[in-house]
Design a binder for this molecule. Structure first.
Ligand code: ADP
Ligand code: MG
Length: 244
């Protein structure tokens, strides 16, 4: 039995520069099963680059990434994204246009046909798209397409889910429901979640731990309540001042 408390994700000293300019500079954090860590900070502070290095779509220059105790990236090591067992949700989701909704959600699922169909039905129900399985993406609204993309990312039960502002394309009416459902599913299944956002409000609602980033570094880390109530400096306080 794996230790239920062992971190799903451990990031140590993650570092990357572009054109000689450091963009991510010694970022370290870990995520326990069922935990949501928010990388929070203003545009350009290195959140997406951090996530992309964890996913393996960007190379790191220094540091290590371990998933369930196994090194995925480090000095002389770079496993490709498909070998890392991570789920990805980005704002610019893309469904396969030639596949049905059910086909999109089942894509990449193993197991027998009946088990796949059960998982697809379960997820479509949870994202409020019961009965949409036979439709094609072009018959769906933008919000519906995004919910299919969420179901597809959740389907293989990834141990680590990496989400880069995945809810920002949704209208407010749908947004709260969908993000609650997404996190409920991930927590139930014991995934470790990294959620990137530039909105303090979203981080306050969703995070178990906030890692506040600035200029490629984590300047403060802690429970949302603590980070909000005891900001590390004036800039951190100002960044949070628009939360209500
Ligand atoms: P965030 O997600 O916090 O907005 P990013 O990680 O996307 O920040 O980007 C951090 C900085 O790195 C930005 O200044 C951005 O322009 C730069 N950057 C990101 N990717 C590249 C790239 N492939 N080439 C050059 N600069 C990049
Ligand atoms: Mg970004």
């Amino acid at each position: 039995m794996p230790d239920a408390r062992a971190p799903r994700l451990e990031v140590q000293g993650l570092t990357r520069a572009f054109g000689g300019r450091p963009v991510v500079d010694g970022v370290s954090f870990s995520v326990a099963p069922g935990q949501v860590t928010c990388l929070l900070g203003p545009s350009g502070c290195g959140k997406s680059t951090t996530l992309r290095m964890i996913a393996g779509v960007e190379r790191l220059e220094a540091g290590t990434v371990r998933i369930d105790g196994v090194a995925m990236a480090g000095p002389g090591l770079h496993l490709p994204p498909e070998k890392r067992g991570v789920g990805l949700m980005f704002q610019d989701f893309a469904l396969f246009p030639h596949l049905t909704v059910a086909g999109n959600v089942a894509f990449g699922l193993g197991g027998d046909k009946a088990a796949r169909a059960r998982r697809v039905d379960e997820l479509l129900e949870r994202v409020n798209l019961t009965g949409f399985g036979p439709k094609h993406p072009h018959q769906l609204s933008g919000g519906e397409q995004q919910r299919v993309a969420l179901a597809r990312a959740l389907a293989p039960r990834p141990g680590v889910m990496l989400m880069d502002e995945p809810f920002s394309g949704l209208d407010n009416r749908l947004r709260d429901g969908i993000r609650d459902v997404t996190l409920d599913i991930l927590k139930e299944e014991g995934a470790g979640v990294v959620l990137v956002t530039h909105e303090p409000d979203e981080a306050m609602r969703m995070a178990d731990e906030i890692a506040l980033m600035r200029g490629g570094r984590i300047v403060q880390k802690g429970a949302p309540y603590n980070v909000y109530n005891a900001p590390v400096d004036k800039a951190a306080a100002a960044f949070f001042s628009d939360v209500n």
